[in-house]
Ligand binder design. Structure first.
Ligand code: ADP
Ligand code: MG
Length: 375
């Protein structure tokens, strides 16, 4: 098991700066996920940790030792890639055993370790096959098996599920999480998929353009994003963002849209928001933080009513997504599956004002996060 500490890491490809100063600590046994859009530097950061890329500045410290100049094979790290290159003419057994054989591990130990890894991954029955005789998911398991038997101190995964179809991906995702629960090794997992990041991570490191935008526990980032980028990256469908003004009306901090429609905050947040009154802002509302207003029930404290004209309805079976416009912006609301509205219908919604975020349109920084609890 390993603990990792990275300080001031810079990496150039020619004149292009792929990592612009990364500071990061990963605790022993932690499952850490690097997530961010394609090209933000996730693989580069992972490969510098593995020793597959040199760094131009900064330090990578594993268990108190700076490893910058150590060769990859001396770092005792196991890595699983997206295109799990297996040896086509070797059996599954020998593919998994390959690293152990290379280290001249005694045969009894090889059999024991490969057997244990195969059992953990549910591929014992496949050990005599060759990769050609396996499905994509089974091949990926073999690639993971090859990493697991090495008894490395740190596991690195670079988009290991990207080549699998959706159903298989969900299954393998659960298996990788279970594997980590069983063996508890420090793991770094790279993905561009926010669902993978949310479901797997003890800690998410959200990257953007060679820098860490924000890091923390998944629900921390989800509920207290520091920037519009973080707020929009996590959550599906994504948070709605609408330009607005914040004014004081009838004693309450109130969102005013360009068309005159308003959303009033409850007393608690009204007090906190007084510093921002009179400003042009962006309000962020997640689709699940709006609901149908029920005619026979008074709205909960902190809920603000708004009437909207539905222009698109998308049922998914578990939820129905309805869309409407506020000014130029197409807004999505998540409704229960059984509520089917027709385009052209006006419906009354309640916005949970305890959960909305307010963003400075000039800096894209979040000025005020929701106060509501998960649940
Ligand atoms: N070997 C390379 N030579 C030049 N540029 C590279 C090389 N590898 C990656 N890059 C560039 O560095 C940036 C980060 O790449 P990468 O770390 O692969 O991103 P990610 O894994 O987040 O998609 C990208 O703009 C990419 O084009
Ligand atoms: Mg990558």
């Amino acid at each position: 098991m390993a603990r990792l500490s990275i300080r001031g890491l810079h990496k150039f490809y020619g004149k292009f700066e792929a990592l612009k100063g990364i500071d990061l600590d990963i605790a022993e046994g932690e499952f850490c996920v690097f997530v961010g859009p394609s090209g933000c530097g996730k693989s580069t950061l992972l490969r510098t940790i593995a020793g597959l890329e040199d760094v131009d500045d900064g330090a990578i410290d594993i268990d108190g030792e700076v490893v910058n100049t150590l060769r990859p094979r001396d770092r005792n790290i196991a890595m699983v890639f997206q295109n799990y290159a297996l040896y086509p003419y070797l059996t599954v057994f020998e593919n998994i055993a390959f690293g152990l054989r290379a280290r001249k591990t005694p045969d009894t130990q090889v059999r024991e370790r490969v057997g244990r890894a195969a059992e953990m991954l549910g591929i014992t029955a496949l050990l005599d096959r060759t990769p050609r005789q396996l499905s994509g998911g089974q091949r990926q398991r073999v690639a993971i098996g090859r990493a697991v038997v090495r008894d490395a101190r740190l596991f690195l995964f670079d988009e290991p599920l990207s080549n699998l179809d959706a159903q298989l991906r969900d299954g393998m995702r659960a298996e990788i999480k279970r594997l980590h629960q069983e063996i508890g090794k420090t793991t770094i997992y790279v993905t561009h998929d926010q669902i993978e990041a949310m479901t797997l991570a003890d800690r998410i490191v959200l990257m953007r353009d060679g820098l860490i935008e924000q890091q923390g526990a998944p629900l921390d980032l989800f509920e207290r994003p520091a920037t519009r980028f973080v707020a929009s990256f996590l959550g599906s469908p994504q948070m709605n963002f609408m330009p607005c003004r914040l004014e004081r009306r009838d004693g309450a901090a109130t969102i005013v849209f360009a068309d005159g429609r308003t959303l009033a905050f409850g007393a608690e947040r009204s007090a906190d928001l007084s510093a921002h009154e009179g400003r042009d802002l962006v309000i962020g509302i997640r689709p699940e933080h709006m609901s149908r207003a029920l005619p026979d029930r008074p709205p909960a404290a902190g809920a603000a009513p708004i009437s909207v004209l539905v222009d698109l309805v998308q049922p998914t079976g578990t939820r129905t997504y309805a869309q409407f416009r506020i000014g130029e912006v197409e807004v999505t609301v998540e409704l229960p599956a059984h509520i089917v509205e027709h385009p052209g219908t006006t419906i009354d919604l309640l916005v949970d004002m305890t959960r909305v975020v307010l963003i400075d349109p000039k800096t894209d920084k979040v000025l005020s996060n929701g106060t509501g609890e998960t649940g």
